[in-house]
Every structure is written in C-alpha cells, then in structure tokens.
Design a binder for this molecule. Structure first.
Ligand code: IVH
Length: 707
C-alpha cells in the first residue's frame, strides 16, 4: 500500500502539520487528507498506529477547520465527509452487479474430499492431481458489497435476497477500514464490486454490551447481530459508533483492466487478496493460506478450529476457494452457491434446549440476578446448563417462560446467552416468569426489593441473612481486590459454612490450627494461607477501600480517594460536599461513601481489622507521586523493553514517573524515550524505524536519573 519512503514522508509531514502554521491552498489540504488517510490505514487496517489518538484528533480538527474556511475545497473522499447527517427512514433497494450467493457447507474430511472430487470432475482433471485452494476464515458478521467507479466508492449494499440489497452507502462511508478512494484506474479498472464482511471485534462487542446493559438497552446476542444491525442504522453517526470493521475477501465483478491471463496482475484468489491489500483494504491475509491440496486444506481448517477462541473476531468456519480464477469460471455456480467454493463449518455454538427453572443469586451489593437452569446442551465442546438472565427487563423483553424451548449461543469468549424463546414450539403449558418482589434468598423475612430509576437491577436493601456478606468476602480476597493468593471462592464458602467467616474482618482472625485439621488442608496449606493473609495485611489502603464493595467505588476512584486521606477511618468525617470536591468523585459515589462510613457495623468491622493487623493508614503507594518541575524526564513519554538487569521493570517505571516521565505502553510517534534492556525485540526495531525516539541503554537511563 505505502512504500517505506512514503510512510516516512507522511510521518515527517505529520509533525509539520501538527506544529507549523501553514498557508492554505488546495494542494496543502489535499496533502493533509492524504496524511490523515495514511494514519487511518495504519490504525483501522493495519491495527498499528504510529501517532497517538490525540495527535490524530489534532490533524483531523485542523482539516475540519481548513475546510470550513474554504468550503469550495471540500471533496467527497475527504476523511471529514465520512459521517453524513442525513437520516435514512428507509433504505432503497439496489441490484448487485453479480448475485451474492450462499455457500454450500462441509463438516469433515469426507465432505471436503467429496468437494475436491467434484471440482476435479468439473475441470476434467486427473483424480490424482492436486488442486490448490485458498482457505480463509469465514467471518461471522454482516455481508457487504462495495462498488467503486472511477476510483470512488459509489455504493455499498447489504446482501438482501442475493439479487437486490439495501443501499447502505452512507453508513459504509463512516467505516474507516473502507477507503473512499482507491487507485483502481492505475490498472485500467473503471468499475469493480468487492465482497466483504462487516464485523465487530469480540472485545469491542463486550464493551458495547456492558455499556448497553448500564444504559438499560437490550444487549446483543452476538457480534453478528450487532454488526448486521449496525449496517442498517438510520443515523450514520450511530453506525460510526458501533466499532465495525470490514474485511474484504472477494473481487466479484471487474470492468476494464486486464484481469486474467498472461498480462493479468491477479490470476488467483490468493493474488487478488494481495492486490486488495496493496490497495489499502483490510483483508484476511495473515489469517489465510494457499493450500496445495485438499488434505492440507483440512489440516489448516482443523488448526483454525482449535484456536478460533483466541482470534479477535468471531469466525464460524473457513471458506475453501479453488485458487485459480480461470478454474473458478470454468467450474461455475448453481443458483444458490458457487461450485468452486465451500464453507467448512466449525462445531455449532448455538443450540436449542429447554428452560427448566429460574434461580436467583445475590451479588456483593445486593443486586439480584436471575439465572436460568437449562436442560444441559453441548455447545462447541462445552455443556451448558445454566445461563444468566441479567435482570427483569431481559426476561420481559425476550418474553421468556418456564418450559420454553430456547435458542442458546456461546459466542467466543462471550458467556452463554439466551438468544430467544422459540415461541413457535409453545404448547400453552409454559409459565410466565414472575420476578420476585421480596428477597428470594432470605425467604424467612419479607424484605422488599428496591430498584433505582437509573439501574437495571433489583436490590435487597438490608441483607440480614449473610448472603451479601459472603459475596463481599469472596470479592475481598480476589485478585482485583486484596489479592490473597490461594484463597478462592470455594474456601471462603467452606469457611463461611463452618461459621468461621461472618464478615471481612474474620478473614484476618482465623484459627490456623483448626484450618490445618480440615480435610484436604494439613499444616503446609494452612501455613501457606496464613502467609498470604499476613501479606495482604500490608496492602496499600487503596486496595482495602476497593475491597469493601462500596457501590461505584472502583479501583481508580479508590486510588484517588486514598491520596486524600491519612487513615481509612478519616472518611467518617467527610460529607458529600467535601467528597464531591475531589476530582472524579461524583455525587452518587459520595452518597454511598457517606452512608457506608456512617454505619456503625462497618466502622466496628474496620476497627477490628486494624486490631488484627490490617493496614488502614496511607502508605507510600497511596500517595500521589510528586514531580519537581526540573525533573530530567519532565514532559517526556517513556517505554521500557527487554529485561532490565539492575532493577525490576516496575521499579524503573516508578523512578521514571518520579522524574517527570509518563509511561506509555506502545511504540508510536508519541514516544520520546525507549529504554532498552536485554533481548529487546520488535519495539526496538519499530522505534528505530521511526527515527524520532531517543533510545537509551539501562546504564544511560540510570546515569540520567542521577544527573
Ligand atoms: S466468499 C461467492 N469468503 O459467508 C463467494 N464468504 O454463506 C461467496 N463470508 O454471506 C462468499 N467470510 O458474507 C466468502 N472469507 C469469506 C467469507 C464469506 C464470511 C460470508 C459471506 C456470505 C456467507 C456465505
């Protein structure tokens, strides 16, 4: 796509656009557009940005302001023209240049051998002869067809019925992995149609769902639904926010240019993928393989199936394509699918089963979570018998009933999820699910559940049965809280059942003789546990604050709070007004803190903990790092790579911070200093290539500190 020389050129120019005043003319605006396009390609196609988001935003804003001063110079392919403000009430239908067919499916080696046989038959070739195939991931998103005319993206459409699809050009233009202008004409191509898949990364998908759950919106069953819905958003601005990316995997129509034969610049699927990549598209290149024969194909498919969960995107199989394009034409298609390609499907992640019962769990702050008990169903190698129903709204939105057949999906790392009830299978015996009005855990007392307007969960406001304390203790010992090594959920539950643990303070007052006499424990394990608990007593107070399960008090807010107090019990004297004066502490958290530190039982518990040796006083780690204005690394960003010999990486980072630096996590144009230890790898190579990063050895770093 870009030569090294061009990349360097764009990178250097980036700096001058960021820093200098420039005289505006058409050429300058065009160059700035090219630079922004380059950075979008690094970010959205290569996943490897060379400038920070902040610097990108500055360039973008500069272009926006230049364009608003000179509106006559705006072009349709400008990066600022991606998001249009037009709302679509209905998408118009458009005909695809070639039908968007489906794929036939295969599931094992035998199916692939049959496919290979039929390919050879269609080509009249010897059964012993090897046919080469290109094998690509089968992305599980929403399919999309892109048409470029005279180098400009003029249309994007969904699959629709295969012949006609919905015109979603305005939405597609917002996706930065789709270039708006591509130099196809360099090769004489005047019109081209490409096929691809809009898809959302699994981690982005997780974040979208977490946000939607917080906002009380319906969560998506899987990234596919989020992507297909995203392509058809009414407001292109909303489509832009879905985090969709487009992988392009097929050239389905070409006009002009020499496509096949001796002069052609791509004769095979493999070459066309490479060509598309060189034109700036995001393609499955490193993910795919050109296989010499069908056995190699099968091996590659199996390898992929084994590691599908570690891949960033949802993939439901592989697509096996006869590599030679001339052969593809010769083999032809049915009205339903091409005969030169086949999908190799991975084991199903969806299944239908029965919803038998709903149980309720209480969380550490009293939220009641409904959990569906299912007739066990195997999904991609794991048997699923229980799935979370999240909250009351989820049950109502999906209209779930006891006895229903439900469609369950286990998508990637995503936890199992009920996609829908199969209402066509109902026989009238299904029973609606009534969300409880009273605490379903403590059935002896009728404690009315409460639900705040802004929250999706019902909560038990005054737990007297110990269920919430148990959850609080489980959280307290966990890695993200006090990090008590070896003290897992099951041990907390066991000690709780034995009556040894009633609240958090009991954790620090265990009778280790009794522990060692428990079945499965013994002296050694008891001593190990004791050691881990003793260690946790010295944790900084931000960890302790976080571990108390105060609603909305996360790790970040705990750190900020810890900087402002000398002792945890000082918080008894803080009121809501003074708390909200602390940056990042909002009124809701302030109220929760005041409530917590005004409750006598909490204070007694903390006092007991202090008696047992738990640290409640601010430590060095809680204090904000003080930096002098003339510090050696003042205002510099720094990164450490390779193994350091005289100190741990953490200590080195702390020292750098104390001396004014900001530690960042990746090499980019934003990086000022790279400190290189032994066996430094790609970070060093990358920093050298940038040419703007100061590279220091560990010795040099230490010398600079002492200067
Ligand atoms: S090739 C004519 N390649 O799978 C060739 N399709 O059932 C047909 N898909 O809706 C498509 N990844 O959107 C092809 N690497 C890939 C694919 C892929 C996903 C989707 C495609 C279509 C479905 C076919």
């Amino acid at each position: 796509m870009y030569s090294k020389q061009q990349e360097r050129n764009f990178f250097e120019k980036t700096k001058s656009y960021l820093e200098d005043q420039i005289d505006v003319n058409e050429q300058i605006i065009n160059e700035l557009r090219q630079i922004i396009n380059y950075h979008e390609w690094r970010y959205y196609v290569q996943n490897d940005p060379v400038i920070s988001d902040f610097e990108y935003d500055q360039l973008y804003k500069k272009l926006e302001s230049l364009e608003s001063e000179h509106p006559s110079l705006i072009t349709t392919d400008s990066p600022t023209q991606r998001v249009s403000s037009d709302l679509t009430s209905e998408f118009s239908s458009v005909s695809h240049l070639t039908p968007m067919l489906s794929l036939a499916n295969s599931y094992d080696l035998n199916d692939l051998l049959d496919f290979d046989k039929s390919v050879k038959k269609a080509l009249d070739s010897d059964t012993e002869e090897d046919i080469a195939y290109t094998v690509e991931p089968k992305f599980d998103g929403g399919s999309i067809a892109l048409v470029y005319e005279d180098d400009f993206l003029i249309r994007a459409a969904t699959r629709g019925n295969g012949e006609m699809g919905d015109d979603i050009t305005l939405n597609a233009r917002t996706l930065r992995s789709i270039p708006l202008k591509v130099p196809f004409s360099q090769k004489g191509i005047s019109r081209v149609e490409l096929r691809g898949e809009a898809i959302i990364r699994k981690d982005t998908f997780g974040r979208i769902n977490t946000m939607r759950e917080k906002e009380g919106l319906m969560i998506f069953a899987n990234p596919r639904n989020a992507a297909t819905g995203g392509l058809r958003m009414k407001d292109p601005g909303d489509a832009a926010k879905r985090g969709m990316e487009v992988f392009v995997y097929q050239i389905s129509f070409v006009e002009g240019g020499q496509q096949q034969g001796e002069e052609a610049f791509f004769n095979s699927q493999w070459e066309s993928i490479k060509y598309l990549s060189s034109m700036g598209f995001k393609v499955p290149e490193s993910e795919s393989k050109r296989c010499q024969n069908i056995h190699e194909v099968h091996k590659f498919c199996e390898e992929w199936e084994a590691r599908r969960d570690t891949y960033g995107y949802e993939v439901d199989g592989m697509v096996v394509k006869v590599d030679n394009l001339q052969d593809q034409v010769e083999i032809g298609s049915t009205s339903h699918h091409p005969k030169w390609a086949i999908a190799y499907k991975f084991k199903a992640k969806q299944g239908t089963t029965r919803l038998l019962n709903v149980e309720y769990q209480v969380g550490k702050i009293g939220s009641i979570t409904p959990v569906a008990k299912l007739e066990p169903v195997p999904l991609a190698g794991v048997t699923v018998s229980s799935v979370s129903l999240h909250n009351e709204d989820f049950i109502h939105q999906k209209d779930l009933r006891l006895g229903d057949y439900v469609l369950v999906e286990r998508a990637g790392d995503v936890i199992p999820y009920i996609v829908k009830a199969m209402d066509e299978l109902r026989d009238g015996s299904e029973v609606p699910i009534d969300f409880p009005k009273f605490c379903p855990i403590n059935k002896n007392e009728q404690i009315e559940l409460v639900r705040e307007e802004t929250e999706a969960a019902w909560r038990c406001p005054k737990c007297t049965c110990g269920a919430q304390d148990l959850q609080k203790m489980i959280f307290h010992v966990s890695k993200s809280a006090m990090d008590i090594d070896g003290f897992g959920k099951s041990i907390v539950e066991r000690f709780h059942q034995l009556g040894w643990l009633n609240d958090i303070s009991d954790i620090y007052h265990l009778d280790y003789e009794k522990v060692s006499s428990l079945e499965g424990f013994g002296d050694k394990s008891a001593r190990k546990l004791q050691k881990a608990i003793e260690k946790a007593k010295h944790n900084p107070i931000y960890r302790l604050l976080h571990s108390l399960s105060i609603h909305h008090l996360g790790k970040r807010a705990s750190k900020i709070l810890a900087e402002h107090i000398e002792h945890v019990l000082d918080l008894r004297d803080w009121d809501e007004t003074s708390l909200t004066e602390i940056k990042d502490i909002g009124p809701v958290l302030a109220r929760n803190l005041v409530t917590y530190f005004n409750m006598e039982s909490n204070i007694e518990m903390l006092q007991k903990m202090e008696q047992y040796g738990v640290n409640l006083t601010q430590t060095e780690q809680d204090k904000p790092v003080e930096v002098t204005s003339d510090a050696v690394f003042s205002e510099k960003t720094i990164l450490f790579t390779g193994s350091l010999q005289t100190m741990s990486r953490k200590d080195a980072q702390q020292l750098a911070i104390k001396n004014g630096a900001r530690v960042i996590s990746a090499v980019s144009g934003n990086l000022d200093i790279l400190v290189v230890g032994e066996k430094a790898g790609s970070k060093l190579t990358k920093a050298r290539a940038l040419g703007t990063v100061q590279i220091l050895s560990e010795d040099e770093f230490v010398t600079m500190l002492s200067s």
